[in-house]
Design a protein around this ligand. Structure first.
Ligand code: CMX
Length: 162
């Protein structure tokens, strides 16, 4: 066997071991990044959070591909993300139309990355909504897990980009 073949084999072996450790290493959640709260109108809901609870709204942003307008409030280490639908086709509008309101999802910050987190939970039989990370509000890399396999809680994994 030539030296090149041996090096290729070592490379293959190292890559396989690395992939294996990625799948079976336990995902590390550092903290709850935010709670997503569905509201029909940010303008009408905001006074409760700012004037009654005394939280500061520090940013608003439209996330076009999710058809939502968001407003962020800081509550200690955790953020609250108010979600207002911008279209009847928005998943938030559909959820509200079914008579739901209030906490819509919980977002967990994954220390070693969303891609690794997705690989790991998928291996453990969790149903993914997003097969790979995508961009969410505030430039975070995010991915959702289906509530049917996460104890009824729509779960978001997220990470801050480098
Ligand atoms: N929490 C818990 N369960 C939920 C849920 C939620 N937020 N949303 C839907 N479900 C449940 C429904 O109750 C329903 O259960 P039953 O079958 O028992 O009635 C089931 O999931 C299917 O729901 P559905 O109304 O038929 O809706 P869809 O399957 O079309 O979509 C979901 C549901 C979760 C796949 C979709 O909302 C989704 O893709 N969400 C991820 C993206 C998202 O939420 N974006 C908005 C926020 C964006 C941001 O933060 O920037």
């Amino acid at each position: 066997m030539g030296i090149l073949r041996i090096l290729q084999f070592i490379d293959y072996l190292c890559t396989s071991i690395y992939k294996y450790t990625l799948i079976f290493k336990d995902m590390k959640i550092s903290h709850i990044e935010h709670l997503g709260i569905a509201v029909q109108s940010i303008e009408e809901s905001l006074p409760y959070f700012t004037e009654v609870l005394g939280l500061e709204c520090y940013a608003t942003e439209v996330v076009e591909d999710q058809k939502v307008k968001t407003a962020f409030l800081k509550c200690g280490e955790v953020k609250l993300e108010l979600l207002e639908p911008t279209s009847p086709e928005s998943t938030i509008q559909k959820w509200l139309d079914k008579g739901n309101k209030g906490v819509h999802h919980v977002a967990f910050c994954v220390e070693d990355g969303v891609a690794k987190g997705l690989a790991e939970v998928s291996e453990k039989g969790i149903r993914l909504i997003d097969e790979k990370p995508r961009k969410g509000a505030e430039g975070l890399n995010i991915a959702f897990l289906h509530p049917k396999s996460t104890c009824g809680i729509l779960t978001e994994l997220c990470e801050h980009p480098e």
